[in-house]
Design a protein around this ligand. Structure first.
Ligand SMILES: Nc1ncnc2c1ncn2[C@@H]1O[C@H](COP(=O)(O)OP(=O)(O)OP(=O)(O)O)[C@@H](O)[C@H]1O
Ligand SMILES: O=C(O)C1=C[C@@H](O)[C@@H](O)[C@H](O)C1
Ligand SMILES: [Mg+2]
Length: 189
């Protein structure tokens, strides 16, 4: 499929698209596919921090602490979005909690909150043991708490898309449909 098959408002859209949401919801894997579908570059805030620190996210948490990770996260996201280049950018799960990051995203990009229920999230995060916040006795309780604490921040995103229990491909289509709808409403208002 080429970009010509995309809805016209989406073909014309040229601002960065930022994916937000909880760990395991699909920001990285869906974001990469969405970028491919749009013919745009894909960036992932976690991967950018890892590349600049020369360490994994878990190692950064262990060696420098969460506060240092959050500082680096804010800087990386601001630097990526300052360029104004069209890209799909997957944020780390906690990045949108920062007011500074929410402001940078609002000024430079369109944001999409990817959602899933607790059971789906726990099933998805169980596939890889790379998330320092979930290396605890009761990761489900941590996820449930983060879900409650962060909902108000995520709800500031421009769009919300349920990832359901379907495939990555279906989520990409749902994002493109929601974007087309949003852009059509924006131009008619
Ligand atoms: N829509 C989907 N349907 C089915 N499986 C999915 C879907 N989205 C993501 N997954 C799977 O869930 C797992 C977690 O996805 P991913 O790593 O993209 O999450 P993330 O939001 O980037 O998490 P983190 O915030 O920890 O980086 C992966 O195994 C991925 O293949
Ligand atoms: O939800 C979070 O706070 C996190 C999500 C991941 O993407 C990483 O940024 C890190 O593991 C922290
Ligand atoms: Mg990710």
């Amino acid at each position: 499929m080429s970009s010509i098959d995309l809805p016209v408002p989406v073909q014309r859209f040229d601002r960065p698209i930022v994916l937000v949401g909880l760990m395991g919801v699909g920001k990285t894997t869906v974001g990469r596919r969405l970028a491919r579908r749009l013919g745009w570059p894909f960036r992932d805030a976690d991967h950018e921090i890892e590349a600049s620190a020369g360490r994994s996210v878990s190692e950064i948490f262990a060696d420098f602490g969460e506060t240092a990770f959050r500082d680096g996260e804010r800087k990386v996201i601001a630097r990526l979005l300052e360029t104004g280049e069209p890209m799909v950018l997957a944020l780390g799960g906690g990045a949108f909690v920062s007011e500074e990051t929410r402001e940078v995203v609002k000024a430079n990009a369109l944001s999409v909150w990817l959602r899933a229920d607790l059971d789906t999230l726990m099933e998805r995060v169980s596939r890889r043991n790379t998330r320092p916040l979930l290396k605890t006795e009761n990761p489900r309780a941590v996820m449930e708490r983060l879900m409650q604490e962060r909902a108000a921040f995520y709800s500031e995103a421009d769009l919300a898309v349920d990832t359901g229990d379907g495939s990555h491909g279906r989520t990409v289509i749902a994002i493109i449909d929601a974007l087309a709808h949003h852009l059509t409403q924006e131009t008619s208002s």
